[in-house]
Design a protein around this ligand. Sequence first.
Ligand code: PLP
Length: 416
Amino acid sequence: MQVPFFRPLIGDAEVDEVVSTLESGWLTSGARVKTFEEKFAKAVNAPRAVAVNSGTAALHLAVEALGLKPDQGVLVPAMTFAATAEVVRYLGAIPLLVDCDPITLNMDLGDAARQLSADYTDYTDRQSRKPSEIVGIMPVHVGGMMMDIKAIRDLAAAHHLWIVEDAAHAFPAAWRTDEGKAWQRCGQMEDGERRVVCFSFYANKTITTGEGGMAVTGDEELAQRMRLMSLHGLSHDAWERYSGGSSWDYRIIAPGFKYNLTDIAAAIGIHQLARAEEMRLERERIAGNYLEAFADIEEIELPPDYPNRIHAWHLFPIRLRLERLKIDRNQFIEELRQAGVGCSVHWRPLHLHPYYQETFGWRPEDFPVATRVWERLVSLPIFPGMRAAETEYVVETVKAICKEHATSKREISIAV
Ligand SMILES: Cc1ncc(COP(=O)(O)O)c(C=O)c1O
C-alpha cells in the first residue's frame, strides 16, 4: 500500500465554481475574492480580511503595514518554516530567535522574555547586528495547536510589541483560557484591534486554494495598507478599475507588490471554507485513532491534545525516543518510505540553516530545545479523505518499525 503524506480533498462544488469562474470572463481578483474575504472574516469572527496569493505574502504585508524598519528586531520562533523569518529579512530587520516548548513545539514565551532582556553583545560578537529596538513578536501555532493568546498579548503589551500571528496551520482552530470560558477562534478580533493573523491556503494546508493566503485584522488602517500594497500600491484595485466601479485613472501611492489572489483560486476557497469544520473533524478523528493506537508504544512520544484547545490537526508530529531505538530519525523515515508511507519533518529549525548561521552566527547550542527535538521529529500523514485502511497501515507500519528497531531493555540499562 502507498499512503501519501497529504492528498487535497476537492469536491464537485469547487470544480463547478472554478468552471463558472473560467466561463465568467473574470479570472483575476474580483467578486469571488470579495466573497471569500467576507466569508473568511465571518468564519474566524474578525472585522476584516485581505485575501492574497500566499501565506508568505500575508506575513510580508502585515509586517510592512506595521511599519517594520531596517535593523529593528522581531521575536520569531526557531521552530518554524522559512516564511516567518524571511519576511522580517525582506525589510532589512532582524529576526531574534526564540526557542520552542519541547512538547507543543510552539514558541516558549519564557525564552521570549529572556530574549527581550538580552543585551545582544554575544550576538554582536558573532558578527550579527544588534537590533536598534525590538518591535514585534510573530508566534506560530505549530501544526494547528494554538498558543495561549492571552499570554502572548500580556507579553506584547508589557514590552510594547506588535503581534503578527503565523496561523498558516491553524484554520479552523480555537482556544479558551479555562474550561467553561467561551472559545476564541484563531483570528478572532475586536474591531480596532491592531493585530494581524495570517493564514495559508497552500496545497497541503487545512483548506486550500492551490496557493493563497489571508491576512485578518481588526484595524482598518492596517487592512487598507495591506490591500494597497498587495496590488502595486495603486490607489484602487483591478476590480474597481475594470468593472466600471471606478475611474481608470489610478495613482501609485507606494512601491507595492503583486500579491493579489485570483478569482479562480477564491472559487476553490469559498467551497473549501464551507467544508472546513467537516474536514477538521475528520483530521481530529484520525488524530484520535493515532493517539489511541500508539498510546502503548514506548519508542515514540505523541503530540499533546488539551481540553482548552480546538486543534486544527494540520500536522501529527511524533517524537522518537531515540534512546529506545537502534536507528536514528532519518533511518526511521527511510523505513517509512520503503514501506510506502509518506512523511515529513516540521522543521529543521531556522538556526540550523546555512543562511541564518552565516548571517547571524547562530549555533546549535543557542536554541537547545529546538536543536534536540528536531532530530526526533517525524510528521505522519493526516488529511481528510484518508481511508481507514490507510490510517491502519500507517499505524501497523510505525509499530512494526518500532518493534524491529527497539533497543532491548538490557541495552538500555547498559547505556545508563
Ligand atoms: C508556519 C508556516 N508559515 C508560513 C507558511 C507560508 O505559507 P505559503 O506557502 O502559503 O506562503 C507556511 C507554509 O508551509 C508555514 O508552514
